[in-house]
Design a protein around this ligand. Structure first.
Ligand SMILES: [Zn+2]
Length: 170
């Protein structure tokens, strides 16, 4: 067993209230993780020294055990809520998919890993499946807004009802 911060001894968790916009974004992405991989819930923001002058620390989205992946982002306090959500969603996707070795999040309708997209008003999970092929354009569809996967994607196993799967009855 290794201690969680073995690889990154200078990592520190952000203290609550330190980066409100980024924390709010993480809370939304956490909803999506709990809706799809509830056993891996508990995303957190870790700050690590960057060696840069402008932002002496970069922030990473880490799993509950402190492991993370990808490039950190600059925790600009004046970021818009939408931009923060897009950045955090992508960072969480990097961490979850690389550390857990699985596509995340997956569109339940098509079984495909989704990516972050959106408009000026909303950040969304996009799936590339579902083309009707009629005009060769317009492939893919919006699965849900980031933070709203629970509304379209029920939990994999409903609490209290998944215990009797394939038990032989004789
Ligand atoms: Zn889909």
């Amino acid at each position: 067993m290794r201690p969680p911060f073995d690889d990154t001894p200078d990592a520190r968790p952000l203290t609550p209230g330190e980066a409100p916009r980024w924390e709010a974004a993480l809370a939304l992405v956490e909803r999506d993780l709990r809706a799809t991989l509830p056993e891996h819930g508990g995303l957190r923001l870790l700050a690590m020294p960057s060696g840069q002058d402008d932002f002496p620390e970069l922030v990473y989205v880490a799993l509950a055990d402190g492991s993370w992946w990808g490039n950190g982002f600059e925790p600009d306090p004046s970021v818009s809520a939408l931009d923060a959500l897009a950045v955090v969603a992508e960072a969480a996707q990097d961490t979850v998919s690389e550390r857990l070795w699985r596509a995340w999040p997956v569109c339940a309708a098509h079984g495909l890993g989704m990516h972050v997209g959106g408009t000026d008003e909303r950040v969304e999970w996009w799936c590339s499946g579902g083309s009707d092929g009629s005009d060769g354009s317009g492939t893919g569809h919006v699965r849900s807004g980031v933070g709203e996967l629970a509304d379209v994607q029920p939990l994999p196993a409903r609490r209290g009802s998944g215990r009797y799967g394939h038990r032989a009855s004789r």
